[in-house]
Design a protein around this ligand. Structure first.
Ligand code: PLP
Length: 229
């Protein structure tokens, strides 16, 4: 059979993206928010260029990766082929990768300790590039998880600003898998508000509608767009 529907390209069309777009629009409407107040970060980690290209061609321009090395291998080629792409680092950053991260990413969602601040401040100076920064909170205070404890958030944000001169634009959180996400999103929004931060990176495939209701400005969505990893 050689109908159009069975061509490899059609088989890879990103159905997930349009469904997610519809759901985001619906959540914005319910929350009486403008669609333009929410940035969809399409999380392409583990997917290769063949899976990513149809999503770019469908119009998506903001992508998230959780590993610097993987992003470096995948994205420079795609970025030169498709203008206007913004890349967000959503996974942990090691100080020794700060140079590469600042060179490649437009936003970093995982600022969570002084050594990272120091490395980022140095690279901001030497590269004259300033990716948007989010401080990651560990709202569930899970020992195995990255992020700043809620009780330390205010002082950490203050030290980013005062000691390291880093412009912090918002907060990011990843609720514990077995918890209801709403209290974690609400706590993140509260800490952001009292620190004068306007951006909230929260909400993944399973809970982005709740995150939008609670003020998310950046939703990080992988599997609902690309399929199972
Ligand atoms: C993988 C990942 C996501 C996307 O998760 P999905 O459930 O696939 O939408 C979002 N945020 C972070 C930090 C991730 O590592």
């Amino acid at each position: 059979m050689t109908t159009e529907n069975s061509s490899p390209l059609t088989a890879r069309l990103p159905n997930g993206l349009s469904a997610v777009e519809q759901d985001i629009a619906h959540a914005c409407k319910e929350a009486r928010r403008d669609r333009s107040s929410v940035t969809l970060v399409a999380v392409s980690k583990t997917f290769d260029a063949d899976a990513i290209v149809p999503v770019i061609e469908a119009g998506q321009r903001v992508f998230g990766e959780n590993r610097v090395q993987e992003a470096k291998a995948k994205w420079p080629g795609l970025m030169s082929a498709y203008p206007g792409i913004a890349l967000h680092l959503i996974g942990p950053l090691q100080s020794n990768k700060a140079k590469e991260a600042v060179a490649l990413f437009d936003a970093i969602h995982s600022v969570d300790r002084p050594s990272i601040c120091e490395a980022l401040a140095r690279e901001f100076d030497s590269q004259q590039r300033r990716p948007q920064l989010f401080v990651q909170l560990n709202t569930g205070e899970e020992p195995q998880k990255a992020g700043v404890a809620p009780s330390e958030a205010d002082s950490f944000i203050a030290s980013c600003r005062e000691k390291y001169r880093l412009p912090i634009s918002g907060l990011m959180c990843i609720p514990p898998v077995n918890d209801a996400p709403a209290p974690h999103f609400a706590l993140t929004a509260k800490i952001a508000a009292r620190n004068g931060l306007n951006n909230l990176s929260m909400g993944m495939s399973a809970d982005f509608a709740i995150a939008i209701a609670l003020g998310a400005t950046h939703v990080r969505i992988g599997s609902a767009i690309f399929g199972k990893r």
